[in-house]
Design a protein around this ligand. Sequence first.
Ligand code: 13P
Length: 293
Amino acid sequence: MEGNEGSSVPVVTTKEILSDAFARRYGVAAFNVVNDLTLEAVIAAASEARAPLIVQTSVKTVKSIGLRPLYAMFRAFADPAPIPIALHLDHCPDRAMITACLAQGYNSVLFDGSHLPSVEENKRQTIEVVAEARRHGAHVEGEIEGITGVEDGLGSDVVQDIYSLETAVDFIESTQVDVFAPAIGNAHGVYKAEPVLDVQRVSDIVARVPVPICLHGGTGLTARQFDDLIARGCAKVNISTALKIAFMRAHRDFFELHPDHADPPALLRFVRERVVAMAREHLGMFHCVGKAA
Ligand code: 13P
């Protein structure tokens, strides 16, 4: 895989990473990082596994860290890594934020137009976002249904209607999105009940348009569910809640073990190990280990 222009590599385009994964039917983990520690930890786990990686950030994370420092941090950790890595903006309904992230150097964005009054309007705006992304050599993920669940302040717990296969295919073909994220019974956050997944919808879409599919709501799905969905074309697998839980619980566990410890580096090492372990466990389920060798 070749690096972005001007980059000494290994940052490569999202499309390159996902085209290989889609063709060879493995899943690329897209971890939502929240700070420098989690960014470094997922890159370390993927590097150790020789697995291609997508680092993604929510809009909330961009706002909490600031776009420039966040991007600088990404490049500082990603550039020396021995694997291809792309930076992706997760669910973003805000066109100004998309413009800013593309201009800063993000490799791809998810324009979330699922809140718009019609699929036609979503399509119209997604076409504009795709044109804008292309000018930066970047790529676009699109969606027509909101994925159930609230993540970092965006989304809703109300299950949305699912559009027909024809509508999904028309959206993908008209917009030329590079990745498509259909609702298939998946949800962000911790699953409150065993999810009932419409896996056939992934196969039906891929049979009509060979576009890599993004599986949202990866936290809590089983190895068998990942196997099946990746085999059907889910080349991008989003993991956010599992990282947040590992991060938060590690802090709690550290203080339970060392109530009077005043040694921040020891806490950070402890938390990092937990996040690395979480990433390792997920990478092990996506058939991506060794694919960047
Ligand atoms: P989880 O929070 O369920 O892992 O979902 C992540 C996701 O889909 C981010 O868009």
